[in-house]
Design a protein around this ligand. Structure first.
Ligand code: SF4
Length: 171
């Protein structure tokens, strides 16, 4: 029985879905526009500090995808930084939990001007599926001034990139 099971698993192909095809031309154009807009607005590249204020991590998975080999956005001058003191943009996910509220406020205070806050995902807008929970204080705008909201549950990496471009155009 065990050997049959092992043989069957050895013979069949992977169960994971194939990676989506990258639309390289469209992605490169979009990322290049972000880079040009960042240089025009900031005189340099765009630095982002990601803050998980209480998300389910679904939004983080899509944000992390911006750094994978498919998107590799650092080549276009868009980079994530470890400290808010080096950031232009705070990318905030999730509903803001009561436990994360102070950390989010302190991260905002530590970010130098000019700075922008982007609320990522449906939870960041109004609490999403967590709205009404006693553990949450609401969307990001309940705590910080929000410059842009990128909708989705979760938003795709391309939607995130479009949002950052929109931010640079309105900022
Ligand atoms: S918007 Fe969706 S993926 Fe993002 S934190 Fe909320 S439930 Fe999770």
């Amino acid at each position: 029985m065990t050997s049959k099971f092992l043989l069957r698993n050895l013979m069949r192909g992977p169960l994971t879905e194939p990676a989506p095809a990258a639309d390289d031309a469209a992605l490169a154009e979009l990322a290049a526009r972000v880079n040009i807009a960042a240089r025009a607005r900031l005189g340099r590249t765009l630095s982002i500090r990601e803050v998980d204020a209480g998300s389910c991590n679904g939004c983080e998975l899509e944000i992390h995808a911006l750094n994978n080999v498919l998107y590799d956005l650092e080549r276009f001058g868009l980079r994530f930084v470890a400290s808010p003191r080096h950031a232009d943009v705070l990318l905030v996910t999730g509903p803001v939990t009561a436990h994360m509220r102070e950390a989010l406020e302190r991260t905002y205070q530590a970010t130098p001007d000019p700075k922008w806050v982007v609320a990522v995902g449906d939870c960041a807008r109004n609490g999403g599926v967590f709205a009404g929970s006693a553990a949450c204080v609401g969307g990001v705008s309940a705590v910080l001034p929000v410059d842009l909201h990128i909708p989705g549950c979760p938003p795709t990496p391309t939607a995130l990139l479009r949002g950052l471009l929109a931010l640079l155009q309105i900022a």
